[in-house]
Design a protein around this ligand. Structure first.
Ligand SMILES: [Zn+2]
Length: 608
């Protein structure tokens, strides 16, 4: 049974845009109020949350109207009753592979300790269309969660920390103890990251603002994901990172390694801050640059290597062809076809390249290289009009020559061609050479020019984190697999390995619950009319079937019965990737740890 904490229930006025995005990323301080955001404050550990609404437009936008077509309580009921992957979510959040839902007995088996102390919060809608936000709910098992979700049909589910005691019993522990170490407190939580396209408004030259997104600006999310994923793995050693589409305009990362889950708030802040760079004073003006040596942290040159291709491909041109994304394995879906999308046009027209590129060069380069290229590119008699990427490469080449950049700088593989050095010397020594050479011979104006290519690439493509979401254990974040009420789209897993520079994740190909309901109907209609077995997938196989001796067909039908209803829809591809790429490695590690622990204990007992 769920016991909703009455202290944590609150009512807010029913403006249709108030609560939907409130906890997309609850921040401790005031969040930036966008067209549909509310300002939420949440006390750190045991208090209740309060919500005040920001100014919201009463006129419904076209997107909201579209949202109504794809989202309704009826559709949500179908999704929660039949498609929501309860067992995937519970298996993950229990961190125990023995925790599972036994379909035969209809019971949860295995360890429940972590799962039962996990906070869930629901955003509910009353019949009078008021929204209620209930915190500190917990469930002793999967059946409890499933029963509460199907009964209450929350518009949104948020996931919080694992607490010292089941959150539903919070009041008993809060009042009974003032001791910090025995009272009700968060004890672990995934390290989470939230990246939202609204934080990119100043560089979205595609024309999108606020909640509006398009495939052009979505490439910022992909670039950010690539940098953050690589940094978390290579610099912090994390391995179990799950990425999700937020359902509307952003992405979430859940870092689930045990070390990450046990990080203190201070350590969380440190990790999040590590990924934050400020460009206001230039790269050499912040903690990642060294003004006297002219060198930057290797994390930045590595990020440049990831981001510069995205910058060239999507930011510079006026249009670009992009693959439809790995999406899913529904062969009837044509969303994997490539399409032409607009770019941000940075080097595609004269106004742009003057204002956003050449005029942003440091003075010493603007007067020389900038002036020259402005004349060259604007000359109508120029025979071969260079492409935006050619322009970028030309600009870099001019800067390299005039300001003696190390070879291929600012790439991490750059080397400094010094007259005193052997040209064929080992490139592994390049970083040392760069620091040494630059510290002895470069003035600050030249160093500014050296940093400029990296700064302009980062301005457009470096991850912009909603950092408050990452800083505290006791922060809520929207549950993966739930549905965004504005778009009706499911918060599906994203596989970083399946995306490359040509083949992006396509948020518009993510199914809505309306689409899923149709797919489910279609599946059952086809499987009822084509054969007698209602719930089967047929796969052609060449194994002989002894019962059909008279069957002269070479191929026989192998019957595959889908275990879950979601396997009958386009969610299949997304969820299977999550199982294979995230859950299975996590379970494998847990089993290995359990085995090591058992062996260790056996050794201590002398019991070999
Ligand atoms: Zn856009």
């Amino acid at each position: 049974m769920t016991s909703a904490d009455p202290m944590a229930v609150e009512r807010v006025n029913n403006d249709d845009s108030i609560m939907t995005e409130v906890n997309d990323a609850i921040t401790t301080a005031a969040t930036t109020a966008t067209d549909d955001a509310a300002v939420t404050t949440t006390s750190t550990s045991t208090g209740t949350s309060t919500t005040t609404n920001a100014v919201t437009p009463s006129k419904k936008t076209q997107q909201q109207q579209q949202g109504e077509e794809v989202f309704s309580p009826e559709l949500l009921k179908i999704y929660y009753d039949r498609l929501f992957p309860y067992s995937l979510l519970c298996k993950w959040l229990s961190y125990d592979p023995s925790f599972a839902f036994d379909d035969k007995t209809n019971k949860t088996v295995g360890e429940k300790k972590i799962f039962s102390r996990r906070e869930f919060s629901f955003t509910l809608e009353t019949p009078s269309r008021e929204e209620i936000y209930i915190r500190y709910q917990s469930f002793s098992d999967l059946e409890g969660l499933k029963s509460a979700v199907t009964r209450q049909k929350p518009r949104k589910i948020d996931i919080g920390a694992v607490f010292s005691h089941p959150p539903k019993d919070k009041n008993a522990y809060v009042s009974s103890s003032s001791n910090k170490n025995t009272g009700f407190r968060p004890v672990q939580r995934e390290l989470v990251f939230d990246i939202d396209l609204t934080d990119y408004d100043d560089v979205r030259k595609c024309g999108c603002q606020n909640a509006k997104i398009c495939r052009t600006c979505w490439t910022f999310m992909t670039a950010a994901l690539k940098v953050l994923d690589q940094g978390l793995r290579e610099d912090f050693g994390f391995q179990h990172i799950a990425w999700f589409y937020s359902g509307r305009r952003g992405i979430h990362a859940w870092v689930c390694d045990e070390e990450a889950r046990n990080l203190s708030d201070e350590a969380r802040s440190a990790v999040a801050n590590y990924f934050e760079i400020s460009l206001t004073e230039g790269l050499l003006g912040n903690r990642y640059g060294n003004n006297s040596s002219g060198t930057v942290h290797p994390m930045l040159t590595r990020a440049y290597d990831v981001l510069e291709p995205y910058f060239c491909r999507y930011v510079l041109p006026d249009k670009v062809e992009v693959g439809g994304g790995y999406n899913n394995n529904n062969s009837n879906d044509d969303s994997s076809a490539s399409e032409m999308i607009g770019g941000h046009k940075l080097l595609a027209d004269r106004d742009s390249w003057e204002k956003h590129v050449l005029d942003t060069l440091p003075a010493v380069a603007k007067e020389s290289v900038g002036k020259r290229l402005k004349e060259k590119w604007s000359n109508p008699r120029e025979l071969n009009d260079p492409s935006p990427v050619d322009k970028w490469n030309t600009l870099l080449r001019h800067l390299r020559v005039k300001f003696k950049f190390p070879q291929s700088w600012p790439s991490s593989s750059s080397s400094y061609d010094d007259d005193d050095e052997d040209e064929n010397s080992n490139s592994n020594k390049n970083n040392n050479k760069r620091s040494k050479a630059s510290s002895s011979s470069l003035d600050s104006e030249t160093l500014k020019v050296w940093m400029w290519p990296m700064e302009i690439v980062f301005k457009y493509t470096y991850p912009r984190l909603d950092i408050n979401v990452s800083k505290m254990q006791n922060h809520l974040l929207k549950s993966p697999f739930c549905v965004h009420p504005k778009t009706g789209r499911v918060c599906v897993p994203i596989d970083p390995d399946a995306m490359d520079i040509n083949n992006d994740f396509n948020p518009f190909a993510v199914p809505t619950i309306a689409q899923l309901a149709t797919e489910l109907n279609e599946y059952h209609k086809n499987n009822t009319t084509s054969n007698n077995n209602d719930d089967v997938d047929e796969e052609e196989g060449d194994d002989g079937n002894e019962n059909n001796e008279n069957d002269t067909r070479k191929k026989t039908k192998k019957i595959v019965v889908p275990q879950h209803e979601w396997e009958k829809t386009s969610l299949k591809g997304y969820f299977e990737i999550f199982e294979k790429k995230f859950l299975q490695p996590l379970e494998k590690e847990w089993r290995r740890e359990q085995r090591d622990l058992a062996e260790q204990q056996a050794a201590i007992r002398g019991d070999f």
